[in-house]
Design a protein around this ligand. Structure first.
Ligand SMILES: [Zn+2]
Ligand SMILES: [Zn+2]
Length: 222
């Protein structure tokens, strides 16, 4: 059956139940559109042929706005995803904080026993090509639109890049190209969080929180 005849048939069905003949989608599709799960991005070309993303102000703000040449010159560290399509740099040489997270969400999303995250201000992290090539995932609502907090990965190789919160980013130092072991040490975590969910003991003398730091029990463990 051709698609035209399917639409004609649906239109006739609509007419029979009193729906306007101008509606071109079956009722099931309309319900689907109204549940908020569809990407409502509208891309428009401006007079220079550039793509404008209507209603996507976040693309123009840190960490997604295109970095300036001066910012590129002042880069402290660079990093890239596994396939190299996503290239980023940091404009601050030490993270605000760094943690190992043992929660089950991190375990399942990273395919690893724990996650290593370094916290930066959004303005400290820059993507060379802005939001191009990035994929997003909201783990609570299970959708892939950009809504905070969101998990950010490379849309091609799927390497996890960072978690973006409302004010800060938790980037994954595993993708940073450290020039020396000394530089890497500045990124070493000062604590473990969600340690009660651990699959491996790490007796490194760092603070162990059963859940979120400062909001859960501090465990008396090496
Ligand atoms: Zn990649
Ligand atoms: Zn976690």
């Amino acid at each position: 059956m051709s698609s035209t005849s399917v639409i004609e048939k649906l239109k006739r069905t609509h007419n029979e139940v009193g729906t306007k003949s101008s509606d071109k989608f079956p009722p099931s599709h309309r319900v689907d559109q109204s549940n908020g799960e569809h990407d409502t991005t509208i891309s428009l070309e401006d007079e220079h042929g550039r793509i404008e993303h209507e209603g996507q102000q976040w693309r123009k703000e840190s960490p997604y706005r295109i970095p300036t040449d001066e910012e590129k010159r002042d880069a402290k560290y660079t990093g890239e995803c596994n396939c190299g399509r996503i290239r980023l740099f940091l404009s601050r040489d030490t993270p605000v904080a760094s943690k190992f997270c043992h929660c089950t969400d991190c375990q399942s999303l990273h395919g690893a026993p724990l996650q290593w995250a370094a916290i930066f201000h959004k303005s400290d992290l820059h993507f060379e090509e802005g939001a191009k090539g990035l994929a997003f995932y909201h783990s609570e609502k299970k959708h892939t639109r950009h809504e905070l907090p969101t998990k950010v990965s490379c849309a091609f190789c799927h390497a996890p890049i960072m978690d973006e919160g409302r004010n800060m980013v938790l980037m994954f130092p595993a993708i940073v190209k450290f020039p020396s072991e000394e530089a890497k040490k500045a990124f070493y975590p000062s604590m473990h969080i969600f340690y009660s969910k651990r699959v491996v003991d790490i007796p490194d003398g760092k603070t162990k929180w059963s859940g979120m730091d400062e909001k859960s029990e501090q465990l008396d463990l090496p």
